[in-house]
Design a protein around this ligand. Structure first.
Ligand code: MN
Length: 287
């Protein structure tokens, strides 16, 4: 699982079918056309944090560009919840959102659920130690593993939910909380890397909800699932959270490069040069 990252890695947020922004970002980061793909003159590499597909105008074009970057060794790519759901539907022999995904599935199924290099870790939503432990030998191209993630009450199902969709808590029913897209929510994604014991909903939630609730606290049993991220451990790069501009993308050792490309029409990236402590000055965006 350990891979060298000596030349630096450019971590790009959830693309969700936004092919034009993907190409703009590659250009902004200094990648140059090379045969049918791109390379960086300094040997830098891309890391895509999952959710390449769905929502946006051209998932197929994103997959094509990503596959070529992966095959020429320029891109590291991990699975997001959208790719994993696609894999589950295919194993369950359910219709896919787009039949053209079939052509990319064998390749998508070779991608890891999380990764670690000499200088960083990356997972789509949460580096949850016990879930990572459950999944460390699991491969998305193994039908029996994918089937277990579809079965009720399996350790694999819960572990995949935790790392690809985040650690969630039930939200209060009064007041009803709404996300930044004004959708009412029953569950919210928490700041899984922090000790959240006794903290209010407003302090716990990573994707903020409105109105902010400072007095009530989540169910302690649900908060007990949180495994705070260890001091002195490598920075972790995430996607998934559709962070509004008001929320810091770099918090301690955690970097979330996902604004919301669909709503904000803006794509984020983080230029990592091996630094142990991430800093917001290394963020870039394009629109
Ligand atoms: Mn996601």
């Amino acid at each position: 699982m350990e891979q060298s990252s000596e030349h630096g890695i450019d971590v790009i947020g959830d693309l969700h079918g936004h092919s034009r922004l993907f190409l703009r970002m590659l250009e902004l980061l200094g990648y140059q056309a090379d045969g049918d793909s791109f390379t960086h003159p300094l040997g830098r590499r891309i890391l895509l944090v999952g959710d390449l597909i769905n929502r946006g105008p051209d998932s197929i074009a994103v997959l094509e560009t990503a596959r070529r970057l992966h095959e020429n060794g320029t891109a590291l790519i991990i699975l997001g919840n959208h790719e994993f759901r696609l894999i589950q539907r295919s194993v369950a022999q359910k219709p896919l959102d787009d039949e053209r995904f079939n052509r990319y599935l064998p390749w998508i199924r070779t991608l890891p659920l999380f990764l670690e290099t000499t200088t960083l870790r990356s997972v789509h939503a949460a580096w949850h130690y016990s879930s990572i432990q459950v999944l460390k030998e699991s491969q998305a191209n193994d039908d029996s593993f994918v089937q277990r993630t579809l079965d009720k009450e399996t350790a694999e199902r819960k572990a995949v939910q935790n790392i690809l969709s985040g650690i969630k808590v039930r939200l209060p029913l009064n007041p009803i909380l709404r996300d930044r897209f004004d959708l009412p929510r029953e569950k919210g994604r928490v700041k899984w890397w922090k000790n959240l014991e006794g903290k209010s909903f407003a302090e716990c939630l990573y994707s903020p909800m409105y109105p902010e609730v400072w007095k009530q606290i989540p169910d302690p049993d649900e908060i007990a699932q949180v495994e705070p991220y260890g001091e002195g451990e490598k920075p972790v790069f995430l996607g998934h959270y559709s962070l509004p501009p008001s929320i810091e993308k770099v918090m301690e050792m955690i970097v979330c490069v996902d604004g919301c490309v669909t709503k904000d029409k803006k794509l984020w990236a983080y230029r990592h040069n091996g630094e142990f402590c991430p800093h917001c000055r290394n963020l870039v965006s394009c629109e």
